[in-house]
Design a protein around this ligand. Sequence first.
Ligand SMILES: Cc1cc2nc3c(=O)[nH]c(=O)nc-3n(C[C@H](O)[C@H](O)[C@H](O)COP(=O)(O)OP(=O)(O)OC[C@H]3O[C@@H](n4cnc5c(N)ncnc54)[C@H](O)[C@@H]3O)c2cc1C
Length: 395
Amino acid sequence: MNRVNLAIIGGGLVGASLAMALQAGAKTRGWKIVLIEPFAPGDTYQPSYDARSTALSFGARQIYQRLGVWQAISRRAEPIKQIHVSDRGRFSTARLSAMEEGVPALGYVVENAWLGQCLWQGLDPDVISWRCPAEVTRMEPLTDGYRLMLNDETTLDCDLAVLADGGRSGLREQLGIGIRKRPYNQSALIANITPSEAHNGMAFERFTDDGPMALLPLPDNRCALVWTRLGMDAQRLAALDERSFLSELQGVFGYRLGTLKQVGARHLYPLSLVEAEEQVRPHLAILGNAAHSLHPIAGQGFNLSLRDAQALADALLASEQALGDFATLQAYREGQRLDQNLTVGFSDQVTRLFGSTQPLVSLGRNLGLLGLDLLPPAKRWFARQAMGLGTRPDV
Ligand SMILES: Cc1cc2nc3c(=O)[nH]c(=O)nc-3n(C[C@H](O)[C@H](O)[C@H](O)COP(=O)(O)OP(=O)(O)OC[C@H]3O[C@@H](n4cnc5c(N)ncnc54)[C@H](O)[C@@H]3O)c2cc1C
């Protein structure tokens, strides 16, 4: 029977980031950490490392800098110099700029595949060992930890189990942890696009009556599209041939980047706001999409999870209690509650406000966008939320 101090279930972007945040302190304490993941790095099918890109906030950059991996990530990260927010069919727009906010960039767009590689390669094999490919099929609470049953017929005991197995977490359900779910009845269509003109580090958020879209700058003058539409409509768009798709996209986005010339593989993600009703139990913590899955349009989901991962690592490493101590885990949860509530609320409000076609809401939205550009404090608040700095008093 194997026993380790800490088992991280799921080696996606969040599980791997937690391992990285823990590894230096774990080495000093002599902790053994195991990361369990069904898909080997470099596999073409890896849910976290598919064709998606992630807009990392300025706050996320600060965390990765602290962990010593930012230099590697930044080699293929495109800085967001400006964000242009517009409402189709209405005249109001707002612009946020890195210069005005006094930061080198409002955020950075990184392909998940690259981010994953940097994280996996940055893990110290003396501290973090992999069980890969392997999947946890069942977990059972013990008086002093958890017992994990793996699909290779082995068993692993740990003092603390961290569940980072994503939004459709079967293990969360198996443990009887309920969820609050609000379906948006929308899907996100994602694809990489090449425009004819240089994006110059400009990110576009465009709100339309049919749903919001974001076009984010990537290296090599490509752009990452996240286009939210009603489920059936997203399926229709995904099935169009390339020319018809680009022509429809051009009609909605306009010519701010010239002609949209090329589109890569299209993928669909059905969207809901899902929150776990419990995030900690004795000897158990839940992180990432398994704890909260957000609408992607505000680009907050991973950034929030990264702050959670860093906070959990800090709490565990600062505690004088044994690993898995419930009071330590509760203190972590309380410390992140405000950040989680504000970030989940911000994403949900932006989604609902800009997803509505009701005339009064549209009018409010129009005035809101105008106000955002005219009133520096409102704009600054929006920019801080978008940069993932909302609740941090130190930056
Ligand atoms: C279209 C889209 C765009 C997005 N854009 C942004 C953005 O710009 N900025 C941002 O901050 N966020 C964004 N997000 C959110 C972000 O993608 C998620 O927050 C992030 O992927 C969550 O990572 P995770 O590691 O929790 O889950 P996942 O990425 O789902 O990883 C879970 C891992 O667990 C493994 N696993 C599953 N079951 C088991 C098991 N039983 N045993 C062991 N391992 C298991 C899986 O193989 C996987 O590797 C976006 C989301 C979507 C859908």
